[in-house]
Design a protein around this ligand. Structure first.
Ligand code: NAD
Length: 478
């Protein structure tokens, strides 16, 4: 379904994110017929380029980041005709009138702030001062949204000076992933799961986001961030909310976000013994974390595992174990919901018995898996075995799976449609920082050092213990 015609200005249009995700994504939506022909994309950045120069850069980005079979000469040419460029300095005065003259009346105006957050205030102020943004305009802001509660509040305040909350789209690209949205469909469009979706039947939940890459050239940035700020406060927290929230009364942006906010507010402080931080060591012919950092004594964590509790009726005594890290064994993101034992076993030989687990795979190979018990086939008596009820999106949807838009594409189209459901509201972000800040302050005050772990492993030893001591195990990262 095509969206309304739009003018999309990408501040930072020549940057890495624009080249890798935003521009190739827009091209794909154009090819899919979702971007109306009379829409315009305007790159705005510091570099001295003209329209032709930027179009060349966009063409190169498409060549590099769109799969070859999706590249079509005629389509690329038609797409580029809709692309222009204005040289602008967010902190300066030049370029704003030129940008204004490019903007058309009666189309949706969206401004993507794909620049450092320190520039958000300057952009918001100048868009307003030059009469470029109006009450119907939208702005899209990228992560990181602050590095603690105070800075997130300051960012919210600076944006709120010029834009209403309903105009602000804070991107968390995890929310744009097909399976993540499917989580809501599975929970709220099936009667099967919801009656069991509580502490009475769920033993625990595991959320894993494992990466194989290290910090490489991003050491200086990452040193000020670490896994807690870079991944947990935003992405893993959003996943936790979607699993734990109460059913919203309607699939409506504020109804959904109200329920997510309640979950974050119900999170208990995390005890120091329920936190394991790690830092990858040298190995596999590559340097360790500190070799990429500017500080050879850096205590920044490239891995974190946490046990969290949500203090409400539904989740009393059901722990949520979160872990994320770099340079791990495999690139894998999944949510696993482990159910409890049946109250009484009627089978003498319960040896083969294992828990039911609902696994939602976010990457790779998006899909769902429900681990079930069945009778082991054959004449050997009533023995049990576990088998997966497996649903891979690629298999279930066949060729259609190829057309599933990637997270950025979907989210940008949602901005044009004016649908904020999959974007974080200001109060949600602040609540997540209010939860994360004391955890970080705690380890800083204690002077905790992260535990070293080998690249290609599944993280530090202590993280295994975090679950072992509760009589549980992490799922294998594979
Ligand atoms: P980048 O350094 O590659 O690009 C920055 C862009 O901003 C360039 O186009 C540059 O010309 C422009 N710019 C810098 N100063 C400017 C100024 N004063 N006025 C106007 N334009 C200016 O950065 P990036 O990696 O593309 O990241 C952009 C934003 O997106 C950052 O906030 C980053 O945290 C966020 N982000 C990036 C990624 C990623 O994968 N690259 C992922 C998530 C979030």
């Amino acid at each position: 379904i095509p969206v309304d015609p739009f003018d999309l200005v990408i501040f930072g249009g020549t940057g890495d994110l624009a080249r890798r995700k935003i521009l190739p994504g827009l091209y794909r939506r154009f090819v899919a017929g979702q971007m109306p022909a009379d829409s315009r994309i305007i790159g705005a950045a510091r570099g001295e380029l003209d329209d032709a120069g930027f179009q060349k850069m966009v063409a190169e980005a498409i060549a590099e980041f769109v799969p070859a079979e999706r590249q079509d000469k005629a389509a690329i040419k038609a797409f580029l005709e809709r692309v222009g460029y204005v040289s602008i300095d967010a902190k300066g005065t030049g370029g704003w009138d030129a940008l204004k003259s490019r903007m058309r009346e009666n189309v949706v105006r969206a401004f993507y702030f794909s620049v450092a957050p320190a520039l958000f205030g300057d952009l918001a102020e100048r868009l307003h001062a030059h009469g470029i943004a109006d009450a119907w305009s939208r702005i899209v802001v990228e992560k990181p949204f602050g590095r603690d509660l105070a800075s997130a509040k300051a960012l919210n305040a600076v944006l709120a000076e010029h834009f209403d909350e309903h105009q602000i789209y804070r991107i968390d690209h995890y929310l744009g992933k097909e399976t993540v949205q499917n989580l809501m469909a599975v929970r709220f469009a099936n009667i099967l799961f919801e009656p069991l979706w509580k502490a009475e039947y769920i033993d625990h939940v595991q959320i894993t986001v494992a990466e194989t890459v290290g910090v490489e050239g991003r050491g200086a940035y990452y040193d000020k961030s670490g896994a807690m700020r870079d991944m947990v406060q935003n992405h893993l927290m959003q996943l936790l909310c979607l699993i734990a929230m109460e059913p919203p009364y309607h699939f409506d942006p504020d109804a959904v976000r109200d329920e997510k906010l309640k979950v974050i507010r119900a999170l208990d402080p995390v005890k120091p013994e329920d936190i394991v931080r790690g830092q990858y060591l040298p190995g596999g012919g590559q340097g360790g974390y500190v070799e990429h950092s500017e500080d050879p004594a850096s205590r920044t964590e490239s891995y974190i595992a946490l046990k969290c509790h949500i203090s409400n009726w539904r989740w009393k005594n059901t722990p949520f174990y979160l872990r994320t890290g770099k340079r791990l064994r495999a690139r894998a993101s999944e949510i696993a919901i482990t159910f409890k034992e049946p109250p009484h076993s009627i089978f003498d030989d319960a040896q083969g018995w294992r828990e039911n687990v609902l696994v939602i795979r976010l990457q790779p190979n998006e899909g769902m898996n429900l681990m079930m018990m069945i009778k082991e086939p054959g004449p050997g008596g009533m023995r049990l075995m576990q088998v997966p009820l497996d649903m891979s999106f690629a298999d279930a949807l066949g060729a259609e799976a190829e057309d599933i838009p990637d997270a950025y594409e979907r989210l940008i189209m949602d901005v044009i449609r004016g649908n904020q459901t999959l974007f974080m509201r200001g109060d949600e972000v602040e609540a997540a920082w209010a939860w994360a800040d004391p955890i970080i302050a705690g380890w800083e005050a204690r002077g905790d050092r992260p535990q070293g772990y080998d690249p290609g492993s599944s993280g530090p030893e202590d993280a295994l213990m975090l679950m072992h001591r509760d009589g549980r195990r992490w799922r294998e990262i594979k």
